[in-house]
Write a protein that binds this ligand. Structure first.
Ligand code: FE2
Length: 436
């Protein structure tokens, strides 16, 4: 009935269904998935059927997200919540005392806390937020720096869909709906309410990355408009795990993030006990190297929205609660053009991270594992050195290679956490890079 969590990314147990939020069906025991109905009078193998809804029941069909899980025990059997001690660094975004309003452009050096031996969950450190779970809008952005596996501890985020963007270290993610590995240059998305844990394929070696909690509409693929029916991220490249039922033989704890606070429930064994499931509400993985990059082949450059992988829309057309945008390897061919990102001010607010390589507007000073924040109407652009170089260089076609920066861009201004802007990682010389 249950497989072994071997922490081996090449394990034959790690299989994926492909497609973006299609209706999937998966079972690990023949007959566990009911035929032609969701909730039979007596599910096979003594399983319990449980619906997990990721949208309102009456959401339009193309935004309606739900899955039926067939579990060894129903989740309600382990729902006696106890308040956990406040997390020291994963802040409640609704608590204003943790945050400080500033329009300043901010940048931080790679996040590497000293004397730090923590799990993914323990290490989450809030950098900024622009909403909260009760309003069902905005997001919170954190970084993690894990050296230990979560093992018998699980997380259930009732507040948000979580996007994990690794910078270093390969993750082994056990979810209620299957197993995923996630390495740098891949992302993992865990929808709201799905229990999961993050183990490290190489414990002891720091695994660092970025985490977004999306309080708003679930991520979806962007419209393609005049690009046509192909391009950007392809639905077929998204991977969703097949069912997996974990048995540990030891008690476990689930930490539930609820309105920014943490609560625990005790479980006699793993909460990831789903033997079969069907539906379109499930975790998924995407490899950023598969992105079909579109760009100019004449002059100037399109807005960075051309690099949108996934978008969480607001009710206002074309305006994102948060867009996930990448700056992948690409050919630069524009003629008579200032090729790096131009100087600009933007009504949207932009948080950036660097997964690998260099970012072309700041090739030396923005490093992998670092971060920057340019809020609504805060001017920013290439640093002095990049400006001088890009203004005078020969504009032959060239490949910008071995790079992957990303941006979470939102219509809502971000408020940075005091623990970030007062940290040792903040680059206090950042504004000096624009000496014109
Ligand atoms: Fe920008």
């Amino acid at each position: 009935m249950h497989g072994q969590n071997s922490l081996n990314p090449n394990s034959p147990e790690l299989h994926y269904l492909t497609g973006f939020q299609n209706h999937f069906e998966t079972e690990i025991i023949a007959g566990a998935l009911p035929k032609n109905q969701n909730s039979p009078q007596k599910p096979a193998h003594g399983l319990f059927s449980e619906q997990l809804s990721g949208s309102a029941f009456t959401a339009p069909r193309n935004h309606n997200l739900k899955s039926w899980l067939y579990k060894k025990k129903p989740s309600v059997a382990f729902s006696q919540f106890k308040r956990a001690a406040p997390h020291p660094t994963w802040l409640n975004p609704a608590s204003p005392e943790h945050f400080e309003i500033t329009p300043e452009a901010l940048r931080s050096h790679p996040f590497a806390p000293k004397d730090h031996d923590k799990t993914f969950l323990e290490s989450i450190t809030t950098f900024t937020q622009n909403g909260n779970a009760q309003q069902r809008a905005g997001s919170a952005i954190s970084m993690y720096y894990a050296t230990q596996s979560m093992s018998t501890q699980y997380l259930c985020n009732a507040d948000a869909e979580m996007m994990i963007v690794p910078n270093t270290g390969d993750l082994f993610i056990t979810t209620e709906m299957g197993l995923m590995t996630c390495a740098p240059l891949q992302i993992a998305v865990i929808p709201r309410g799905i229990k999961f844990k993050v183990d490290l394929i190489n414990p002891g070696i720091p695994a660092r990355g970025y985490v977004l909690e999306n309080f708003g509409a679930p991520f979806q693929l962007p419209e393609l408009g005049p690009i046509g029916s192909n391009g950007l991220a392809h639905a077929r490249h998204f991977e969703t795990p097949v069912a997996f039922c974990e048995t540990l033989g030891t008690p476990t704890t689930v930490f539930t993030r609820y309105l920014g606070e943490l609560f625990t429930t005790a479980h006699p064994d793993s909460p990831c006990d789903t033997v079969a499931w069907h539906g379109n509400y499930a975790p998924y993985r995407y490899d950023l190297r598969k992105f079909n990059t579109i760009n100019t082949v004449s002059y100037d450059h399109p807005d960075p929205s051309i690099f949108t992988v996934l978008t969480s829309p607001t009710p206002q057309a074309g305006t994102a609660n948060v867009d996930f945008v990448i700056f992948p390897p690409r050919w630069m061919v524009a003629e008579n053009t200032f090729r790096p990102p131009y100087f600009h001010r933007n009504t949207m607010s932009e948080f950036m991270g660097l997964i690998t390589g260099q970012y072309d507007a700041k090739p030396e000073s923005f490093r992998p594992g670092g971060a920057s924040l340019h809020n609504c109407m805060t001017p920013h652009g290439p640093d002095t050195k990049s400006f001088e170089s890009a203004t005078h260089r020969n504009l032959a076609p060239e490949k910008l290679d071995h790079t992957m920066a990303f941006m979470w861009e939102s219509a809502y201004p971000y408020v940075p956490a005091k623990q970030w802007i007062n940290s040792e990682f903040i680059d206090r010389d950042y504004p000096k890079g624009w000496a014109f």
